[in-house]
Design a protein around this ligand. Structure first.
Ligand code: SF4
Length: 386
């Protein structure tokens, strides 16, 4: 199969001036998108998208239920977290659109298979029926591939609209563009209108109230595996060292991440996130031992990253230099596809030495080896044969 272009290449195929020109032609962009989304039938899916399909999810700060993960912020007792209004862009992960690679240079074979885009609502797929979440991701992705100029402009327009809505309610607007992709937006031609133009304080907006006045017009918050699958070279900077102040990233630990790489990151007071096996209500430990594919181990201070989805606040809240532990949303489909894991797989146990099936170990159904039953003793007849 021919190599797919990267999503970064698709974004950069349009110049900043072309994006700005489209942003200034709002009506033309909206008309084109409205026609596209209601007429485009994606192979394998029965229907086009609905009239309400948006490129940016969560533009309405009163609709906190658009995604359970995002809604978690509103219920959090910390006043820095519960005023965050988070939006996101949900595209088809890695190469699953068949049109571009959304995670070029970052994904591993294992994370591609286990990507959370396929879990939760996205993973519930009854045979013969459309999966609304995956279809929406495909339609958005198809628009990026077919008309990147308008797709980029639409993303910026809707992100700005959602951010303005949030500011007017005194909420701090945040954007996770890379819900299921891994693109460094400040290095693209979309950086001006989407990142740098929105770096200033919300007080520039006469409609902004409360805390929104003291936060950037829009803060980007993303996970990335950029440089996380290898050790940094001597003198090489952290991936977020030169980011604009409103573009905050955390490192995502994969099955290929060396322990030494995580050590490099925590040594400079930054954060990294690990997917672990845990029950929804399970308390996460304050230290975590990671094993890498070479069998090396490192023990790090850790925190429960499932408590909120405001990764951009983690360092401010005192979690710099620690590893966030995230419960991975497992689906029966992973097991059915034959997925099994060990202590250095993408999803790791909370304790690499815990027995399979124990609360901090790998669940029996996902373990590489089935625990041996010790309940069965040889019969007298078998014994007498020897
Ligand atoms: S886990 Fe991240 S890098 Fe891997 S496929 Fe999903 S979005 Fe891409």
């Amino acid at each position: 199969m021919a190599k797919l272009p990267s999503l970064t290449d698709i974004i950069n195929s349009v110049s900043e001036a072309e994006y700005r020109s489209a942003i200034n032609n709002r009506k033309t962009v909206m008309k084109d998108w409205n026609t596209f989304k209601t007429s485009k039938i994606i192979p394998g899916y029965n229907e086009p998208g609905g009239k309400s399909l948006t490129m940016v999810s969560g533009m309405d700060p009163d609709d906190v239920a658009f995604n359970a993960k995002m809604a978690k912020n509103a219920a959090h007792p910390n006043s820095k977290i519960n005023i965050v209004h988070q939006m996101g862009v949900s595209l088809s992960h890695a190469g699953t659109s068949g049109l571009f690679d959304a995670c070029a240079g970052c994904k591993t074979t294992e994370c591609e298979k286990l990507c959370n885009s396929e879990s939760g609502r996205g993973g519930i797929h009854k045979e013969g029926m459309d999966n609304v979440t995956l279809r929406a991701q495909r339609i958005r992705s198809a628009y990026w591939a077919e008309n990147p100029q308008f797709a980029g402009a639409l993303t910026v327009m809707q992100a700005r609209r959602g951010a303005a809505n949030a500011r007017a309610e005194g909420m701090v607007p945040a954007m996770r563009f890379n819900m299921w992709s891994d693109v460094h937006l400040p290095s693209t031609t979309l950086a001006g209108p989407f990142v740098y133009d929105l770096e200033g304080l919300g007080s520039q907006d006469p409609e902004a109230t409360g805390a929104a006045k003291h936060a950037p017009m829009l803060t980007h918050t993303n996970y990335t595996k950029r440089t996380m699958n290898r050790v940094l070279r001597p003198g090489e900077k952290e991936f977020d060292a030169d980011n604009p102040s409103n573009y905050i990233e955390t490192g995502s630990i994969s099955n290929q991440t060396p322990v030494k790489r995580v050590q490099q990151r925590v040594d400079v007071g930054k954060t990294a996130q690990a997917a672990v096996y845990a029950k929804e209500t399970q308390v996460k430990p304050s230290t975590w031992t990671m094993q890498d594919s070479q069998g090396n181990r490192g023990t790090f201070k850790s925190y429960d990253a499932d408590q909120s989805d405001t990764r951009f606040l983690d360092e401010t809240l005192g979690y710099g230099g620690q590893v966030g532990l995230l419960r991975h949303k497992l689906t029966p489909a992973f097991r059915e596809s034959g997925y099994t894991s060990g202590p250095s797989s993408f999803i790791r146990p909370i304790d690499p030495d815990a027995p399979v099936g124990s609360p901090t170990g790998i669940p029996a159904q996902y373990a590489e080896t089935t625990p041996v039953s010790i309940g069965r003793k040889p019969s007298r007849k078998q014994m007498s044969r020897d």
